[in-house]
Design a protein around this ligand. Structure first.
Ligand SMILES: NC(=O)c1ccc[n+]([C@@H]2O[C@H](COP(=O)([O-])OP(=O)(O)OC[C@H]3O[C@@H](n4cnc5c(N)ncnc54)[C@H](OP(=O)(O)O)[C@@H]3O)[C@@H](O)[C@H]2O)c1
Length: 326
């Protein structure tokens, strides 16, 4: 099978933007399918952008036609009033596979999450991600070669994990931290994107599921301390006992943006570390978080804030037009 044109569902998100860029640079033609094309004008630099409304099969089929492969990156961390975990992770996956069948697509890369497949009885997020992953493999047979990926938490310059804690650390007062001992092996978004690109044409990956992890394991508290160190926020971190962590989740689920919910709490009860890291199997050396964290978190330091303010006030010499010098 030869693949040159790839459709990406969820290609407008954090992982999707990096993957689209990676595929584009590797010579693939990309088509990003999104519910709202007007929100992503920047994507047009590396992809054709198609609107797919509410992702019914009838909308997906014409959007997929003409492509040789599809990537499904759609996922949510919290349900909304319009969409439950089951709607997005299971029902939508079923529609994507059906649309691939109808559009004649024979290759599908599916994004799951680490330990989603073992999560019966755990969080709705993990359970439905696992169900969706299984549905992709089962419904794809026999015509569609499916490969799925189960990453730990993914980091990058524009991620929502490091950046969320960096923002929380700016709030005055101590930081009450739930599930401080939960373990993660943060995996670099470029490594995740490379895993997709390498797997796409590789027959050995057909039908397989790959766990994706970084080389180092951190507890949540260690990650938060790393963020505090690099953003120079010397802050007291209060480790919440389990009972208070549950109460914190039950309150914060009603805060704007749902920063922490009971389902997030349940997800954190399963360590997000690999049994077998699939990156080396795909010929990729996992990138450590440590050396990149300083660079990615630079934007959250006070120095960066003042420098942005100076630039905004046009007092930064680099910003002064040449004719105003002297
Ligand atoms: N980020 C991580 O640390 C991490 C870790 C493990 C697994 N994952 C998985 O990796 C995938 C990508 O994660 P991400 O961080 O890139 O997520 P993201 O930035 O939130 O992007 C998710 C994308 O899904 C689409 N989407 C959301 N709700 C939808 C709905 N109801 N119907 C159709 N499309 C919908 C959105 O596209 P439009 O709004 O353009 O339609 C969006 O671009 C997800 O499946 C996630 O579960 C992520």
């Amino acid at each position: 099978m030869k693949f040159s044109k790839v459709a990406l569902l969820g290609g407008s998100g954090f992982v999707g933007r990096h993957l689209t860029h990676h595929l584009h640079n590797a010579g693939f033609q990309c088509r990003v399918l999104t519910r709202r094309a007007f929100r992503h004008p920047e994507l047009r630099l590396s992809a054709e952008v198609r609107e797919v409304g509410d992702c019914a099969v009838a909308q997906l089929v014409p959007a997929l036609e003409g492509c040789d492969a599809a990537v499904n990156l759609v996922g949510i961390l919290n349900p909304t009033k319009d969409a439950s975990f089951r709607d997005v992770h299971v029902a939508l996956t079923e529609r994507v596979v059906e649309a691939c069948h109808q559009a004649g697509i024979r290759r599908l890369l599916h994004m799951s999450a680490l330990h989603a497949d073992q999560a019966a009885g755990s969080s709705d997020y993990l359970r439905t991600k696992g169900e969706g992953e299984n549905r992709a493999h089962t419904l794809g047979k026999p015509d569609i070669a499916v490969t799925s990926f189960q990453p730990s938490v993914i980091f990058g310059p524009d991620d929502s994990f490091l950046n969320r804690f960096a923002r929380l650390l700016k709030i005055p007062g101590p930081l009450p931290l739930a599930c401080a001992d939960s373990r993660f092996a943060p995996v670099y978004v470029q490594d995740v994107a490379e895993a997709f690109v390498k797997a796409l044409p590789d027959r050995h990956t057909f039908g397989r599921r790959y766990q994706l992890c970084g080389p180092d394991i951190y507890t949540l508290e260690e990650i938060v301390r790393l963020i505090a160190y690099h953003t120079k926020r010397h802050k007291e971190i209060i480790r919440l006992p389990d009972s208070l962590a549950r109460i914190q989740a039950s309150i914060l689920q009603y805060a704007p943006g749902k920063p922490f919910t009971p389902d997030n709490y349940l997800s954190l009860q399963t360590d997000s570390v690999c049994d077998h890291n699939g990156l080396p199997d795909l010929g990729i050396t996992p990138t450590p978080l440590g050396p990149l964290a300083a660079e990615f978190l630079q934007q959250h330091t006070r120095a960066s804030w003042f420098s942005r303010l100076r630039r905004w006030a046009r007092r930064d010499p680099a910003e002064i037009p040449r004719h105003q010098e002297s």
